[in-house]
Ligand binder design. Structure first.
Ligand SMILES: [Zn+2]
Length: 256
């Protein structure tokens, strides 16, 4: 055993000092905005997966608190990456920038409520299908947090309610502004659109480029992913489904 020199703490003293430091940190973490929000979600039996929206559990003012907390953790990450944030003028404010970017921009669909969408009764009993697109969507992959950028087309056979065309773009932007995998993103978007306008038929096609394939890993710059979902009459009626894909093809051809 190494003798304790004067001015040094004994093992017991060191542990005690560590413990009091640790418990102080623990108290801070327990009182943090993220801890309170997580606790609320858990006690409500909710989930906080990367592609969930958790805005209903966030109280007024807590997003600002959460922003400070996220910036602190990003700064910790930069320290751990051995980046001198105190002396490097380029990264001095990076933690705050990244925090704002996550909470208010690229992941705003997790922390902010759905944009207001008013639906109207389908008074004229419209039942011809129409498609809207391409609408640009931006997301980040749940696995690496690097961008997914693509286009979405939505096809509707109206049901009891209708919504304005621009609302599809707003809802798609809100749903995609979360960490995602594309296969789940399209399902979540379909669920939200069904809730908003209860269409008789719904089809969604997404074509997106994934920076986890471009920037890293296999480094395939030309590769993209296309997937679709069809619901209601588009699922049961093959000719309607065909018409939906044909309309989207025409829209794509119109773009070229
Ligand atoms: Zn990835």
């Amino acid at each position: 055993m190494i003798p304790v020199q004067s001015g040094e703490l004994s093992d017991a003293g060191r542990n005690k000092s560590k413990m009091s430091k640790k418990s102080k940190t623990d108290i801070n973490i327990l009182n943090s905005a993220s801890a309170r929000i997580r606790e609320r979600i858990k006690s409500d039996g909710g989930s906080f997966l990367a592609n969930d929206n958790i805005s209903e559990y966030i109280k007024p003012g807590e997003l600002i608190e959460l922003g400070v907390e996220v910036a602190d953790r990003v700064r910790d990450l930069l320290h751990t990456l051995v980046i001198d944030v105190e002396n490097d003028h380029n990264t001095r404010e990076t933690a705050e920038r990244v925090s704002r970017m996550y909470i208010n921009e690229v992941f705003k669909g997790r922390y902010h409520e759905q944009p207001k969408v008013t639906s109207f009764p389908n008074a004229k009993k419209l039942d011809e299908i129409y498609t809207v697109g391409p609408m640009t969507v931006r997301s980040a992959c749940s696995h690496h947090f690097v961008p997914i950028i693509g286009n979405v087309w939505i096809g509707i056979k109206p049901g009891s309610r209708v919504i304005g065309l621009s609302k599809f773009s707003r809802v798609a932007d809100w749903v995609f502004s979360r960490p995602h995998i594309q296969e789940e993103a399209v399902m979540i978007l379909a669920d939200e659109i069904e809730k908003l306008c209860e269409p008789q038929g719904l089809g969604i096609i997404i074509k997106a480029e994934h920076y986890c394939m471009k920037l890293r890993g296999v480094k395939e710059p030309q590769c993209s992913m296309v997937n679709s979902v069809v619901r209601g009459d588009f699922r049961h009626d093959a000719s309607l489904k065909q018409e939906f894909f044909e309309l989207v093809r025409q829209q794509q051809a119109f773009m070229n």
